[in-house]
Design a protein around this ligand. Structure first.
Ligand SMILES: [Cu+2]
Length: 163
């Protein structure tokens, strides 16, 4: 029994040590999950990319890029009765919190699309993450999900908004 407890304690301290070593690495400490892009119709020049970001240490998303077109970080929110979208310079990623990029909220705006984004395609997105005064790039692969007709609701009509 005693030996079992000691082994468990040892395993726990090893895990803590491994975590300490990992946080000292130069890699961006942001977990990305559920990355997806809204599919487009052939004539549509813009779409949005969404994902959940989780930083292990306080960080900031300071830039986005993608080979499929021009990428910008956007925020969408209600101002009175009007849904407005604007470009933002950075997005805070507080330590150990999920920050969700989703339709109707923060999103990666994809513009000047070079080709149609079809369901099942993948879109590479590079995130620039600032952490501890250093900026690192993190690659994400987003899956294209169901196509939305250009005439669909607010989050689907990205192509019409002016900057
Ligand atoms: Cu937008």
């Amino acid at each position: 029994m005693q030996a079992k407890i000691r082994a468990a304690t040892l395993a726990a301290s090893f895990a803590a040590l491994a975590a300490t070593l990992a946080s000292g690495a130069a890699l961006a400490q942001v977990d990305v999950s559920n990355a997806w892009v809204r599919g487009t119709v052939p004539t549509q020049a813009a779409s949005g990319a969404f994902m959940v970001l989780h930083a292990h240490e306080n960080a900031k998303l300071v830039g986005v890029s993608s080979p499929v077109g021009t990428a910008e970080l956007h925020e969408m929110k209600m101002e009175g009765n009007v849904m407005r979208m604007r470009q933002i310079k950075s997005l805070d990623l507080p330590k150990m919190k999920d920050v969700e990029l989703k339709p109707g909220g923060y999103h990666v705006m994809l513009m000047d699309l070079k080709s149609q984004l079809k369901k099942g395609d993948t879109v590479p997105i590079t995130l620039k993450i600032e952490q501890g005064g250093k900026v690192t790039e993190q690659k994400v692969t987003a899956e294209v999900r169901d196509m939305v007709p250009a005439a669909a609701g607010a989050s689907g009509s990205h192509g019409e908004h002016k900057h």
